[in-house]
Ligand binder design. Structure first.
Ligand SMILES: C[S@@+](CC[C@H](N)C(=O)[O-])C[C@H]1O[C@@H](n2cnc3c(N)ncnc32)[C@H](O)[C@@H]1O
Length: 258
């Protein structure tokens, strides 16, 4: 099975559960994105790997138009329903691969992507595509969860994430994420970060596949009991729940005006 097929299979099964999570994932999402998008927020925007369209809808309030772009038809259907429910009519829905986008050079004032870099086999290709489709002077907002700069901890966290969701390729350490954005030619203007506390049962419930979660629970509990936090705070709390944190980064960058 090719990776994009795996993404489609995974996010078709997760369409309902992830949609619920996407709304709750970051309570400050709208404020963060509206604050970071600047003047580009009034123009034409692209939401890469839009999933159920939660970020799309938040930015559509102000944008002239927004293109919701994703590889998974079931997710685009969720995005369409979410935006229709919000009464938004300035949205174009497009299916495709973020690593080779079907858009002309310099098409958008703003490009955003949330919680998707870790699903890309070639994140640098996506950053290069973000640079290509942005107009000179346009703005990009890249949001994802990062892993520890320790190679061993990062490998362990990514292995756990892959067992939970095989369409996960690799969360990047911050330095590598920044390097891929720099490498595209975008100029970083702001980096913000926050930790989100997570609970194992809630997090694995989103994956919607109980068969793979049982063994993962055993592995994670054993690691936590042995004090192996894997760089993401894996531990057992006083209520005997398996808990951890996801470390988010929001990177705001501009395409040079030329
Ligand atoms: C974890 S969801 C994030 C959705 C949304 N951005 C959000 O924050 O709520 C990841 C999304 O990335 C999409 N995706 C993964 N790889 C992709 C690719 N190469 N091209 C386009 N979409 C992709 C999946 O279909 C899924 O909808």
């Amino acid at each position: 099975m090719g990776h994009l097929e795996r993404v489609r299979e995974e996010f078709t099964r997760q369409a309902d559960t992830f949609t619920v999570h996407a709304v709750k994932a970051d309570k400050k999402m709208e404020v963060r994105f509206q604050g970071a998008i600047g003047a580009a927020g009034d123009g034409n925007i692209l939401d890469v790997a839009c999933g159920p369209g939660v970020v799309t809808a938040a930015l559509a309030q102000r944008a002239a138009s927004i293109t919701a772009f994703d590889a998974t038809p079931a997710m685009l259907e969720k995005a369409r329903a979410h935006c229709e429910e919000a009464g938004l009519e300035n949205i174009i829905f497009r299916e495709g691969n973020a690593q080779a986008m079907p858009f002309d050079d310099a098409s958008f004032d703003g490009v955003v992507t949330r919680l998707a870099v870790h699903h890309f086999t070639k994140p640098q290709d996506v950053m290069n595509e973000v640079f290509r489709v942005l107009k000179p002077g346009g703005r990009a907002i890249i949001v994802d969860v990062i892993v520890s700069e320790s190679t061993e901890e990062a490998a362990l966290q990514n292995a756990i994430e892959i067992i939970r969701d095989p369409s996960h390729i690799r969360m990047l350490p911050e330095a590598e994420l920044i390097g891929s954005i720099d490498g595209s030619g975008l100029e970083i203007v702001e980096i913000a970060g926050w930790d989100a506390n997570r609970e194992f049962e809630e997090w694995t419930g989103i994956a919607n596949d109980p068969q793979r979660i049982g063994p993962l629970r055993t592995i994670c509990r054993t690691l936590a009991k042995d004090g192996r936090h894997a760089g993401f705070g894996l531990s057992i709390n006083e209520a005997d729940e398996l808990v951890f944190f996801h470390r988010w980064r929001m990177i705001v960058a501009n395409k040079p005006a030329g």
